[in-house]
Design a protein around this ligand. Structure first.
Ligand SMILES: Nc1ncnc2c1ncn2[C@@H]1O[C@H](COP(=O)(O)OP(=O)(O)OP(=O)(O)O)[C@@H](O)[C@H]1O
Ligand SMILES: [Mg+2]
Length: 242
């Protein structure tokens, strides 16, 4: 079913952590998840190689620019979710993965520098929209967030809202349990307790639900668009950003 591509040209933005959290939360909710490790550094595969492997998840390593489109199409099946974890650069592989996405997610710390680099993903998404003549939904989310939001965080949030950039809410908080996923493998329920474990689990669950809500609204937008195309007889136009 849906393909979620996690992309940002900013290294260390929190892509793989979010990919693992979404994969484990969706699997826990009963979905069959395929996690594509498209990063030559193999961070997602490193997580997969440790601890108890959660059921309902398959991780495919070494997905390259020549195999990414085929691999996504092969695994895009009913009841399943494909999650694509990418390297922190702009590349042909990144563009090809974006071309197959139902939703592109960009993680960023709420700092001006990270937001400025992270938001360049929008240009990559727009290039694929133009090439394919179809809308590709894009949303950002803040990660490694602290309980008290800085003024910078609130300012960036306001600026994105004014530009019509979708923001996933809640953000992913900075939690010891999230970085420990790469130490212990498995999920937030199988690993030894780290810090405020209940809060980490709750935040991950709510975050995954918010991402799912973005996917549902994508489907509704696409259906509406298909209907308006049928009525007007015109070809698909770019979706106005929300
Ligand atoms: N919400 C979080 N709470 C605590 N630590 C986090 C969180 N998100 C990311 N980290 C830590 O920040 C570092 C970078 O995260 P991650 O590897 O997910 O980023 P990335 O965007 O995938 O990096 P790359 O561009 O190198 O692939 C890691 O050490 C990870 O454990
Ligand atoms: Mg990574």
């Amino acid at each position: 079913m849906p393909t979620i591509v996690i992309a940002s040209p900013k290294g260390g933005a929190g892509k793989t952590t979010a990919a693992v959290i979404l994969a484990t939360e969706f699997a826990r909710a009963g979905a069959s998840v395929t996690l594509l490790d498209c990063d030559p550094n193999h961070s997602a595969t490193l997580w997969w190689s440790k601890g108890i492997r959660p059921s309902g998840i398959e991780v495919l390593s070494d997905v390259s620019d020549s195999t990414v489109v085929r691999t996504i199409k092969e695994h895009d099946r009913d009841g399943g979710v494909v999650i694509c974890d990418l390297e922190g650069i702009a590349s042909r592989l990144v563009s090809r993965a974006i071309s197959q996405a139902d939703l592109v997610l960009t993680p960023m710390r709420a700092t001006t520098l990270d937001a400025t680099i992270g938001i360049r993903t929008v240009a990559l998404v727009q290039e694929e929209e133009e090439a394919l003549d179809r809308p590709i939904r894009h949303a950002v989310f803040f990660t490694m967030t602290r309980a008290i939001r800085s003024r910078q965080h609130l300012g960036i949030q306001k600026s994105f809202a004014e530009q019509g950039i979708a923001i996933v809410n809640p953000p992913l908080m900075e939690r010891a349990a999230y970085s420990a996923l790469f130490q212990f493998g498995g999920d937030l329920h199988s690993m030894p307790a780290q810090g405020a474990m209940g809060n980490a689990r709750e935040n991950a669950r709510l975050f995954a639900e918010a991402v799912f809500a973005q996917l549902v609204s994508t489907r509704e937008t696409n259906n509406e668009q298909r209907q308006s195309i049928r009525h007007s007889g015109r070809s698909a136009k770019k979706e106005p950003q929300e």
